[in-house]
Design a protein around this ligand. Structure first.
Ligand code: BES
Ligand code: ZN
Ligand code: ZN
Length: 489
């Protein structure tokens, strides 16, 4: 989809549809500028109280001139209008027009908010909500509706800020599409080798350094976690190390890259098992963060670590009762082979120490327990540093990828005490998201670490949020980029 910025008079605009916002209780003066365009229909709408401006309400006029349709979009109460509402409404109108079969539309930038912020939000709303994954639809492809051009109509004095916001948002949204595509592609395509090849490709394209640790390298390093999980799979494991050098201070991102989680010998039930192709979502987000960081030229050194393997049962698979040794020498008893994410992350967290990072963040579809506690609208966050949590929380608020802090309390440590090893990989079902985080903490050295359990937010099977169409949501990407942008603030 092309994006065009239009700063001239509405009279010279040619479009299939122009979306304009109207607040609740708007009077004739507020919408007078559309009177001529609509050949006098607007005054009639106001007179007959048809222009309610109620939040999300859409009223469409069919016109005769160069603007074929004029769409009044209800913004709700003026004093309650926010960036979040702007984002959501831009998304709603884009989907509405796409579903009408419109290939090109324009939207007049909402006023009363900072031009940069509102432009960014509108771009996010339009792009994130129009995302679709059609790679495998070979039939009726012509019936797939797509918008080819979006025109943002804005006032000329703010041109610089708006243009800047468009450019930056396009990088973020391009990357969001990249992450969602990776998530949505099936696991017969997206194997660990596929992810490693992707990492090499983005390194080449955006000037990152990429190193792939192969199975033999992992053996040398004693990465018993990822090696154990890999045993049941016929695809070799890969450990992706991406590096972007934009500054001195180092921030490390770790992403869970289980390309399919069957549960292994502790096999999952068949219901919804297909969704376990999304178990590499954390890894996809990290590949996204690294490429966007390079494109946005962020002033930090950023390391991306993605341990990746399948988790499958088989004659050689690791088993409950096994004891494994990680790269830092710690041992774990395996109680449940379905608690595999923490095992591969443990080795990655140990590996992160050598970069001496000022902060480490991991993204992982780690526990069903987190889905039970928070559902699909909040990501669970565990952190050993309140200031870091506060930053994450603020970034999440800004981009509407909200988070909720869960306790990283020593009180739960007994739950994962083992009789035969240093620790066991799973406790009782109570506090399951917490014990998973405590397990990870055993392998963390950094004073500023946060674990984001995205099990409930990484993908969706409904259309409740217009910005998140069915499938991978890419959650974590926009949050991390906002966090990095505001890091020094
Ligand atoms: N990948 C799953 C977690 C998950 C569940 C992600 C639902 C997305 C949706 C993880 O590897 C897992 O299976 N965790 C187990 C841990 C348990 C055995 C301690 C779980 O949460 O049931
Ligand atoms: Zn699992
Ligand atoms: Zn998993």
């Amino acid at each position: 989809m092309r994006t065009v910025l239009f700063t001239k008079d509405l009279e010279s605009l040619k479009t299939a549809a122009l979306v304009v916002g109207v607040y609740e209780g708007a009077n004739f003066e507020d919408v007078e500028k559309y009177e001529a365009l609509s050949s006098g229909l607007v005054s009639e709408l106001v007179r007959d109280k048809e222009l309610t401006g109620k939040f999300g309400k859409i009223l469409m006029l069919r016109l005769k001139g160069d603007i074929k349709k004029l769409i009044f979009l209800g913004l709700g109460k003026k004093e309650e209008f926010t960036i979040h509402k702007a984002r959501e409404l831009a998304g709603k109108s884009a989907v509405y027009l796409r579903d009408l079969g419109i290939k090109e539309f324009a939207l007049e930038l909402f006023e009363d908010l900072l031009p940069y912020d509102v432009t960014f939000a509108v771009m996010e709303g339009v792009r994130a909500s129009l995302y679709t994954f059609n790679d495998y639809k070979t039939q009726k492809r012509d019936e797939v509706q797509t918008v080819e051009q979006f025109t943002l109509v804005a006032s000329a004095p703010n041109f610089m800020e708006i243009d800047e916001a468009i450019k930056e948002s396009l990088v973020v949204l391009d990357t969001l599409y990249y992450v969602r595509d990776l998530q949505n592609k099936p696991s017969n395509l997206v194997t660990p080798t596929y992810l490693a090849t992707e990492a090499k490709k983005i390194a080449q394209k955006y000037g990152l350094t990429c190193k792939i640790l192969e199975k033999k390298d992992m053996e040398k390093l004693g990465m018993g976690g990822i090696l154990a999980v890999n045993k049941g799979s016929s695809h070799p494991p890969k450990f992706i190390v991406l590096e972007y050098r934009g500054g001195k201070e180092t921030i490390c991102f770790v992403g869970k890259g289980i390309t399919f989680d069957s549960g292994g010998i502790s096999l999952k039930s068949a219901k919804n098992m297909d969704e376990m192709k999304f178990d590499m979502s954390g890894g996809a987000v990290v590949l996204g963060i690294l490429q966007a960081a390079a494109r946005l030229k962020l002033p930090y050194k950023i390391i991306g670590l993605v341990p990746t393997t399948e988790n499958l049962p088989g004659g050689n698979a690791y088993k409950p009762g096994d004891i494994i040794t990680f790269s830092n020498g710690k041992t774990s008893e395996i109680i449940n082979t379905d608690a595999e994410g923490r095992l591969i992350l443990a080795d990655a967290l140990v590996y992160s120490k050598q970069f001496n990072p000022i902060a480490v963040l991991d993204f992982a579809t780690l526990t069903g327990a987190c889905v039970v506690s928070l559902g699909e609208f909040f990501t669970g966050v565990f952190s050993n540093d309140t200031l870091l949590f506060d930053k994450i929380n603020l970034a999440g608020e800004k981009v509407d990828e909200q988070v909720w802090r869960l306790p990283l309390s020593e009180k739960y440590k007994d739950y994962i005490k083992s009789n035969v090893a240093d620790i066991k990989n799973c406790g009782p079902s109570e506090g399951g998201a917490i014990t998973a985080a405590l397990f990870l903490q055993e392998f963390v050295d950094c004073k500023k670490w946060a674990h984001l359990d995205i099990a409930g937010t990484a993908y969706t099977s409904n259309n409740k949020d217009v910005l998140k169409p069915m499938g991978g949501t890419g959650v974590g990407l926009r949050l991390a980029l906002q966090l990095l942008k505001d890091w020094k603030k």
